[in-house]
Structures are given as structure tokens and as C-alpha cells.
Design a protein around this ligand. Structure first.
Ligand SMILES: [Zn+2]
Length: 92
């Protein structure tokens, strides 16, 4: 018996660009509208961009563990710019 078997494999990175977020109400793909860091999670907000849905009622919050978030790693500008200057302001 070895604990090694319980260790996870090297975790794969998650790139939200590889995901599709589709609305269960209007059946169309939602658009990334907002990004927010919450503790060890990157929280992406997706909303419907049409007149069918009220974004407030159908928006999706997608949470990705920071260490697995390939998208945020590759697009560090997401941390700055639009996001209100706050806690995690790292500039290179
Ligand atoms: Zn919708």
C-alpha cells in the first residue's frame, strides 16, 4: 500500500478559451464579460449578449483554480486594465 497512488497526476491546465459556456435558456454561447480574483480562484463572468435573456438572470460564474488557470497566466493583462485597481496589482 502506498500513498503514491492517491496523488493526482500532474494537473492539466485549464484555458477558458477552450471551454464553451452556453446558456440553457436561450441556447446561445455566452460572452466573457468580467473577470475577478477571489482568493485562490479566478472567477469569470459570462453573460448572454442578446435581447432574449436578462444577463442578471442568466449570467454564469466560472471559477478556475488560480494554479490551473492557463488563460490568466497567458493573458496577465486581464489582471489589470478593466479590473478595478485593487488587491492583486502586479505589474511586470
Ligand atoms: Zn441566454
Amino acid at each position: 500500500m502506498s500513498d503514491e497512488h492517491d496523488l493526482p497526476e500532474e494537473p492539466g491546465m485549464i484555458n477558458i478559451r477552450n471551454l464553451s459556456i452556453r446558456c440553457g435558456n436561450c441556447d446561445t454561447y455566452q460572452t466573457l464579460s468580467h473577470y475577478q480574483r477571489r482568493d485562490d480562484w479566478n472567477v469569470y463572468t459570462f453573460e448572454c449578449e442578446n435581447d432574449v435573456c436578462d444577463p442578471a438572470g442568466t449570467r454564469t460564474l466560472l471559477e478556475v483554480p488560480v494554479e490551473l488557470d492557463e488563460f490568466a497566466h497567458r493573458d496577465p493583462t486581464w489582471h489589470g486594465g478593466k479590473v478595478h485597481a485593487g488587491a492583486d496589482h502586479a505589474d511586470d
